[in-house]
Design a protein around this ligand. Structure first.
Ligand SMILES: [Zn+2]
Length: 444
């Protein structure tokens, strides 16, 4: 079990992580709220719910998936190229650049990620997120901290050279994978990392960043987030300039986390296909972090890819509703209680008891893949698990060793091996190729 509510270490650990998905609440409130949420979500974690007629997805019977030889063979032949893993932030929080305190060559059961489980899960390429909190935008530390996070990714690759190698192009990925190593790419999570400066954007590219999520949970001067009030009704003129500069550089425009208006403006502005590095389908689970059908429908014309996020709060319909309600009402409670921490604590406990977090299962994740395939097509879906950036994970897909379980569910639902290879890596590699071509053309 991932969450152990009796372990103070794990509770603190969870608080830090949950802050990542709490939709931009100021840290003090988030810490208080998330410690409560973690406690309650931990309680529901192992809960079994009977099959019911007309049951919602998370209440369905969830038989244990047995991974077949066919699925394992497919993973041996092909590889997972995941769009988003937050291990670098965990290393910053729990370990150090020397990896002595947190050696991922050894089992790290309190994390979702370590080397043995990456291997078991068939991960051949990974965008490592160099996330830094949105609040760093306000004290001027965002860019510097992002540079430090890039250093952590590079230190990891250096520390374990037989396992990882830095990748900067789609060809690098293919070559490194053929050599049996895990191609390691850098993805910047949030445009606050550039401090409103195109120079700093170019610097991030030079240091290896190959995508940038335009926002995290706070709206920027130039781009609106799905987790905050609109400032620009999408992208500002400078925001469009950022997208054009990313096209020139060959940095993928990632529109996870942004508002639907920003998604649309990015689609309209970007010459290269866009990506969602870790987002699921809004029609299945109604949460602002997910992608609306109106955007999914444009993916064939755009050529981009939506890489499905596994967070229970985004994939399980009831849990998405709960996350939304807690975020909305949490803001109101914050205004009401101000510095009254006790009052806030009680109000949040009531709110949480009314809306428990259901972890769901691998079947919920498969529902999102199905929906994206139905609306956007099999050429526009990928995987962006968000491991080590989330605190509640669906059953049977609890860590990076479990991708084959999702593969099995999709094989059982009739996906061909050719389809699954597109989901695993071919779609995102195609998008990288297209982006590299656009950059080459624009730099002539
Ligand atoms: Zn994220």
């Amino acid at each position: 079990m991932f969450l152990n509510i009796f372990s103070p270490y794990k509770l603190i650990f969870t608080v830090q992580r949950e802050c990542r998905v709490c939709l931009g609440a100021p840290a003090a409130w988030a810490t208080l709220a998330t410690s409560l949420l973690a406690t309650f979500s931990g309680m529901t974690y192992g809960q079994q719910v009977d099959t019911k007629k007309n049951a919602t997805s998370s209440q369905r019977s969830q038989p244990t998936v047995v991974v077949s030889q066919r699925a394992l063979d497919l993973h041996r032949r092909s590889f997972i190229f995941d769009g988003h893993n937050d291990l670098p932030w965990m290393i910053r929080q729990k370990g150090s650049r020397t990896f002595e305190k947190l050696d991922i060559a050894r089992p790290q059961p309190e994390l979702h990620t370590d080397i043995a489980r990456l291997r078991q899960g068939g991960v051949g390429a990974q965008f490592w997120s160099v996330y830094v909190p949105s609040k760093t935008a306000y004290d001027g530390t965002a860019h510097q901290m992002t540079l430090e996070q890039i250093e952590i990714v590079k230190a990891m690759v250096q520390k374990y050279p037989s396992v990882f190698e830095m990748a900067y192009t789609s060809q690098d990925v293919t070559r490194i994978r053929a050599a049996g190593r895990i191609a390691s790419l850098v993805g910047v999570e949030g445009g606050h990392a550039i401090d409103n400066s195109l120079d700093k954007l170019r610097r991030l590219f030079q240091l290896g960043a190959r995508y940038m999520t335009l926002t995290h949970s706070d709206s920027l001067d130039w781009a609106d987030s799905s987790g905050d009030k609109a400032k620009n009704q999408g992208l500002s003129e400078f925001g469009r300039e950022v997208v054009r500069e990313m096209n020139r550089l060959g940095m993928l425009v990632d529109i996870s986390h942004v508002s639907p208006e920003t998604m649309q403006d990015a689609l309209d502005t970007s010459e290269a296909p866009v990506i969602f590095s870790h987002s699921s389908a809004r029609a299945i689970a109604d949460h602002p972090r997910n992608v609306p059908d109106a955007i999914l429908k444009q993916m064939p014309a755009d050529g981009g890819v939506v890489m499905v996020n596994f967070y229970s709060g985004f994939v399980v319909p009831e849990s998405a509703r709960r996350s939304r309600i807690l975020a909305e009402q949490g803001r109101e409670l914050r205004l009401k209680f101000g510095e009254d921490a006790d009052g806030m604590k009680k109000a949040l406990a009531v709110l949480d008891a009314q809306h428990p977090m259901l972890p769901g299962s691998v079947y919920d994740v498969a529902d999102h893949v199905d929906h994206i395939v139905k609306i956007a097509g099999i050429d526009h879906v990928g995987i962006g698990g968000d491991y080590d950036g989330i605190d509640v994970v669906p059953r049977q897909i609890e860590d990076v060793s479990k991708y084959p379980v999702l593969t099995q569910v999709l094989l059982d639902r009739g996906y061909s091996e050719t389809d699954l290879e597109k989901l695993f890596n071919k779609n995102i590699l195609r998008v990288m190729d297209a982006s590299e071509k656009v950059a080459a053309k624009l730099s002539k």
